[in-house]
Design a protein around this ligand. Structure first.
Ligand code: ATP
Ligand code: MG
Length: 347
């Protein structure tokens, strides 16, 4: 009965799940405040789905504890199930039924009367921009439509806690934005959302707090700002007038900022991270100003300059020591950039 008092929707301590020799989840501690979107960010095989399945009572933990709104996921599984809903990584609606039929069927299974189930189905289809597709079989839906019908199915009854397991993987940018809007609307109605994602920008856009997981362990946790601050103060982005001056600019920046300088695909662009040890970007701004002065002294013309916070991509690199796999080897396990995801989810 300690629920509501702690203000936590989810609390886990030392959560473990093993499959044979694989420690899929290896001692995970989470504290998810109620009423927020909490992001669990990690590459393929990090243990995201396994964690979600334990929290949703679909898998029994091998060690540790997990409470959802104060209820133990093993001993009080019914109490938990009653409060949560899960939209899985793979769609769970019936392909041969239409969108409308799916929602009505699920509504009936949840105990709604026929009329109420039909009304709720129509309301959700409308809200999710699926009214025109209401009478199409789901197997003929696009990837984005599938994802939307799947999420709508999971919020037929407004859950206290919604698990969204990689809700936008494989979606095109437009569909992804629609899903993001849906997530924001769900949270605005008071539902807590635990969102797993491999997309840095998704966690950045939606979540208030983020846990970064890798190989079954939480390697960092905090607000976006905290995560970024723990890694470095910011990144300097520069565009030069003359691409021929780039090698010289690279050298000047490297010395002035005492940082690695990255050459962007655009031949006039450079990026450099301003090292940690600076606080709240204060020191970063000073260092960047000094670097600019040095460039001017060297006769290098800068067309464009900006100082931004590090991306979550850079955060992951700094935390794990390995890259997200996006730039070097597209097939490597790792965090993916959204741009890599072509539209059309797997059928
Ligand atoms: N039922 C299972 N049997 C055996 N091994 C499993 C099972 N489910 C997951 N695993 C293993 O556990 C590890 C974590 O898998 P999990 O599906 O939780 O990762 P994930 O973070 O969701 O990855 P993805 O981003 O690819 O969905 C992986 O090594 C995976 O192969
Ligand atoms: Mg998964």
């Amino acid at each position: 009965m300690s629920q509501q008092t702690s203000g936590l929707a989810i609390e886990t301590a030392g959560l473990v799940k093993t499959f044979g020799d694989t420690r899929a989840v290896d001692g995970v501690d989470l504290a998810v405040p109620a009423g927020t979107v909490y992001g669990v960010l990690g590459p393929n095989g990090a243990g995201k789905t396994t964690t979600v399945r334990m929290l949703a009572t679909l898998l029994r933990p091998d060690g540790g504890q997990a409470h959802v709104f104060g209820h133990d996921v093993v001993r009080e599984a019914d109490e938990v199930r009653y409060r949560v809903s899960l939209t899985g990584q793979y769609a769970s609606v019936d392909e041969d039924l239409t969108g409308f039929e799916n929602l009505v069927l699920l509504g009936r299974l949840l105990g709604h009367h026929k009329k109420a189930a039909r009304e709720r189905a129509a309301q959700l289809l409308e809200a999710f921009g699926l009214t025109d597709a209401a009478d199409k079989q789901v197997k003929n839906y696009s990837g984005g439509m599938r994802r939307r019908i799947d999420i709508s199915a999971s919020i037929l009854n407004t859950p206290q806690l919604l698990f969204l397991d990689e809700p936008t993987t494989g979606l095109d940018p437009r569909s992804r934005n629609q899903v993001w809007d849906i997530v924001r609307a769900v949270v605005a109605q008071g539902t807590t959302v635990l969102l797993t994602t491999q997309y840095l920008d998704e966690a950045d856009q939606l979540a208030s707090r983020i846990a970064v997981i890798d190989k079954g362990k939480v390697i960092a946790e905090g607000t976006k700002g905290e995560l970024k601050a723990s890694v470095g103060a910011g990144s300097v982005h520069l565009r030069l007038r003359d691409p021929a001056q780039r090698p010289q600019a690279e050298e000047v920046l490297r010395l002035a900022l005492d940082a690695d300088v990255q050459l962007e695909p655009d031949p006039v662009a450079l990026t450099a991270r301003v090292g940690a040890g600076t606080v709240n970007g204060q020191g970063a701004a000073e260092k960047a100003a000094r670097a600019l002065a040095e460039l001017a002294r060297g006769g290098i013309t800068v067309d464009n300059f900006s100082l931004g916070q590090p991306s979550l991509d850079e955060v992951f690199l700094a935390l794990t020591g390995h890259d997200t796999g996006v730039h070097d080897d597209p097939k490597a396990d790792g965090l993916k950039a959204h741009d890599d995801a072509k539209d059309g989810a797997a059928a």
